[in-house]
Ligand binder design. Structure first.
Ligand code: FE
Length: 131
């Protein structure tokens, strides 16, 4: 068994679980830029105590190199839990995260989102680095 056998993917415009990576297509080497990862950008995913997106892992695989690097790991912890009961709590974390990155060379950002009942979903976005 491999992760590849259980991590699902699809077009994020039609499947609500697929993480959406918003990043520039082209950046300059060593210059800061913002990347946003989220779930539910086009079609909202439920965000309840029973059913929610719990985390997104963002990685980078350089074109020149064999290994992927972890960029950030984002936990979305509040889903209206409360002593009053499920969905009665005062706070909900939306599954959206932003990071500021600098790249030395071109490569691919990869994201994996985890839904507490529908498992793992992935997507990717290539970034070109101009010297
Ligand atoms: Fe789900």
């Amino acid at each position: 068994m491999k992760f590849a056998e259980v991590v699902q993917t699809a077009d994020w415009k039609t499947e609500k679980h697929v993480p959406v990576i918003v990043a520039p297509k082209t950046v300059k080497a060593g210059e800061k830029f913002v990347v946003e990862v989220s779930v539910g950008k086009e079609i909202a995913h439920p965000n309840t105590t029973e059913h929610h997106i719990r985390s997104i892992l963002l990685c980078f695989k350089p074109e020149a190199g064999k290994f992927a690097y972890e960029v950030g790991s984002f936990e979305f912890s509040a889903h209206a839990e409360s002593v009053e009961g499920p969905n009665k709590g005062p706070i909900i974390t939306e599954p959206v995260a932003q990071v500021v990155l600098k790249l030395a060379g071109s490569g691919t950002l990869l994201a994996v989102a985890y839904c507490n009942i529908h498992g793992l979903w992935e997507s990717f976005q290539e970034i070109k680095v101009e010297a």
